[in-house]
Design a protein around this ligand. Structure first.
Ligand SMILES: NC(=O)c1ccc[n+]([C@@H]2O[C@H](COP(=O)([O-])OP(=O)(O)OC[C@H]3O[C@@H](n4cnc5c(N)ncnc54)[C@H](O)[C@@H]3O)[C@@H](O)[C@H]2O)c1
Length: 258
């Protein structure tokens, strides 16, 4: 049975009730995990308030600001985990960012600054958070990130984010190889397109969803809950033999040639 009771899980990337991370947090909670939630702080504290209200029913025992571009916030997040939990078992990396201008038109027009920003937030952050989590995963662990098919195929408008996801999937393999001897597993879930704040920045996202609904074997796209269920499975001992993998939760779209 899927049972995460006694496990400490840090979930990043909740912005609102459409966030994939919200679907994941709900399923981890249902399976009995003790949750820590991070949010991206803004100057007026709007995000803090919004996310705090949303996650309240899940009774997180930690609720912390963590902008992955801010080394001090990352350090303080993991120090708090060490001091209050003593041990971390599950890390959910469910965040990405690119400038909207870089998510339409030609990839060759991506600016240096836009490229660096997308790769720093969306790709480097996995290595950085995993490095901070490593000393706290003293009884093994499971690290899960979110990727998209645009990392292995050219998807219209996905552009720099496709390059970021290709780097993210390679990072999963390198981290799995490094952390495996410590019984820390590292995997990615490649989700089908879902309407969220981040995906709405990608040009033509609704057309992408419509296309998947017509072509995918299951004739639909997926829900945050389905991604959450897979994340709960990968977090659990039921997945103890799986590491370094990219698991498609996309209603089967990835297998189709036409
Ligand atoms: N929605 C989709 O169709 C889809 C498909 C496959 C993969 N994904 C991936 O799923 C993940 C979650 O995205 P989502 O679709 O749920 O959208 P979302 O907008 O709900 O989540 C993105 C999150 O990234 C956070 N974030 C951005 N910059 C940050 C920073 N500097 N520091 C910390 N957090 C930061 C935001 O606060 C937000 O919570 C992303 O990696 C995305 O690429 C999404």
């Amino acid at each position: 049975m899927l049972n995460l009771s006694g496990k400490n899980a840090l979930v990043t990337g909740i912005a609102n009730n459409r966030s994939i991370a919200w679907g994941i947090a709900q399923q981890l909670h249902k399976a009995g995990a003790n949750l820590g939630i991070t949010y991206l702080p803004d100057e007026r504290g709007k995000m803090e308030k919004k996310v705090a209200e949303l996650v309240e029913p899940l009774n997180p025992s930690l609720f912390l600001p963590c902008n992955v571009q801010n080394d001090e916030q990352i350090q303080s997040t993991f120090e708090t985990i060490r001091d209050q939990w003593g041990r971390l078992d599950i890390l959910i990396h469910c965040l990405a960012f690119a400038n909207k201008d870089d998510l339409s038109g030609g990839f060759s027009q991506t600016s240096r600054a836009g490229f660096n920003l997308a790769l720093e937030v969306s790709t480097y952050s996995l290595a950085q958070l995993s490095g901070a989590a490593k000393p706290l995963m003293t009884e093994g662990g499971s690290i899960i990130t979110l990727t998209y098919l645009g990392g292995v195929r050219a998807i219209p408008n996905y552009n720099v984010m496709g390059v970021a996801k290709a780097g993210l999937e390679a990072s999963v393999r390198y981290l799995a190889a490094e952390l495996g001897p410590q019984n820390i597993r590292v995997n990615a879930i490649s989700a089908g397109p879902i309407r969220t704040l981040a995906s709405s920045a990608v040009g033509g996202i609704l057309d992408m969803i419509h296309h998947v609904e017509q072509v995918a074997p299951l004739r639909r796209t997926v829900t945050q809950q389905e991604v959450g269920n897979t994340a709960a499975f990968l977090s659990s001992d039921l997945a103890s033999g799986i590491t370094g993998q990219v698991l498609y939760v996309d209603a089967g779209y990835e297998i189709m040639g036409m």
